[in-house]
Design a protein around this ligand. Structure first.
Ligand code: CP
Ligand code: NVA
Length: 308
């Protein structure tokens, strides 16, 4: 995908709906083995993660290795960035060594500063604001299950967090209806809601509610995430009673479309946002979803690096 070569991926709306479709198509082709891509000269991906990660770290690394490239783990604990070297300086230096950089951090502004000072493609591997790489895999999974995306209804239950933000934007971009059920004080931020409504343009539903049952009604995709994200550990206990009505359990699921699938970005807190029965149940697609991180991010790397 020549159009994405050299670009950053800081949020879902960095790509147009058409670019997103093409990226998902490439991911599906790579997964099916219909397209083979390999680097002539090994490129190097840097992983700069200020937060823990299993899926994102491993799937990016494996994708890069399978493409014939290399990965460097820039653990903030053992690099100068963790000792306070300015982001603008670190970015300009890493730019001289690496071909592409994936960052997992807290503030979106820090990621944007990296992108401003580094000329190489910078990827959002999760911030407090968005988790766009997760959404590539989620959209691929939904497309695999239903054949297409447009017109489907996706319901998110829980905290109006980074994953909810990317899901809302992703649904609106791809012509899907999105319903987000959260406790009243935990809604997605207004900026994301406005952006989502603007993209949807009144053509698809964008519903925010505190009613989990109404939100799940007839929905084809039920999605949840942890009630306390990384960085919010101190409030994890106090959130449990507030979020309990938003748990994805068998009863909640009975309101959805009979063919509905259940997604969770993982890691999951079983017994909190999702029951054991549902995550292990026949509607769950969470393992395919996790696998698709690899295929979707491989397509992303191929496109941003401009590999033929
Ligand atoms: N879903 C996800 O991003 O998982 P990790 O935190 O393990 O990378
Ligand atoms: N919302 C979660 C997602 C983890 C993949 C977090 O930010 O911790």
């Amino acid at each position: 995908m020549e159009a994405l070569k050299g670009r950053d991926f800081l949020g879902l709306t960095d790509f147009s709906p058409r670019e997103m479709q093409e990226l998902l198509q490439l991911a599906a082709q790579l997964k099916a083995g219909e397209v083979k891509v390999s680097m002539e000269c090994p490129k190097v991906l840097g992983l700069l993660f200020y937060k823990a990660s299993t899926r994102t770290r491993v799937s990016f690394s494996v994708a890069m290795y399978q493409l014939g490239g290399q990965v460097i783990d820039l653990d903030p604990k053992i690099t100068q960035v963790g000792r306070g070297e300015p982001v603008a300086d670190t970015a300009r230096v890493l730019d001289r060594y690496l071909d592409i950089l994936a960052i997992r951090t807290y503030e979106q502004e820090q990621l944007e500063t990296f992108a401003e000072y580094a000329q190489i493609p910078v990827i959002n591997a999760l911030t407090d604001w968005e988790h766009p790489c997760q959404m590539l895999a989620d959209l691929l999974t939904i497309q695999e299950c239903f054949g297409s995306l447009s017109g489907l209804t996706v319901t998110y239950l829980g905290d109006g967090n980074n994953v909810a933000h990317s899901l809302m934007l992703g649904c609106a971009l791809m012509g899907m209806n999105v319903r987000v059920a959260t406790p009243p004080d935990y809604q997605p931020v207004p900026g994301i809601v406005e952006q989502t409504e603007k993209i949807a343009g009144g053509k698809t539903e964008v519903i925010l509610t505190d009613d989990p049952i109404a939100a799940a009604q007839g929905s084809q995709v039920i999605y949840t995430d942890v009630w306390a994200s990384m960085g919010q550990e101190d409030s994890a206990e106090s959130r449990i009673p507030i979020f309990q009505p938003y748990q994805v359990n068998q009863q909640l699921l009975s309101n959805a479309d009979p063919e509905a699938i259940v997604l969770h970005c993982l890691p999951a807190h079983r017994g909190e946002e999702i029951t054991d029965e549902v995550i292990e149940g026949k509607r769950s697609r969470v393992w395919d979803q996790a696998e698709n991180r690899l295929h979707a991010q491989k397509a992303l790397l191929v496109s941003l690096l401009g590999i033929q």
